[in-house]
Write a protein that binds this ligand. Sequence first.
Ligand SMILES: [Cu+2]
Length: 125
Amino acid sequence: MHKKFAYFLTTVALTLAISACGSGNEKESENSAASPAVSASQEVLIKASNWEFDQQVYTIPKDTPVKLILENLEGAHGFEVVGTDIKIRGNNSEIVTLAAGTYEIKCNIMCGNGHSQMVTKLEVK
Ligand SMILES: [Cu+2]
């Protein structure tokens, strides 16, 4: 009787361990199966003027292709997401996929007096 119960517990523990591994692998294969022609699930418009971006924080979903669009309302600005290779200059866009975290966005075109103040945040969650 006790032996049977111990066997049952072992089986449950093993099943849990295997299913935990399984879900990890699934996620990996999902990523590798992603087609190269990514289409963005949503678009985020970032408006730049002298010398600020129109929002103090932009929020996008993690691990999801999102189209970042830069629109210069005034002046000539660009932006880069610090710590990544995402760089947009002028009225342009780029489809990006980022891991969760808070990233810093800053203007990457020397645009005048307020250039160094042109920073904002990108929250990915
Ligand atoms: Cu600038």
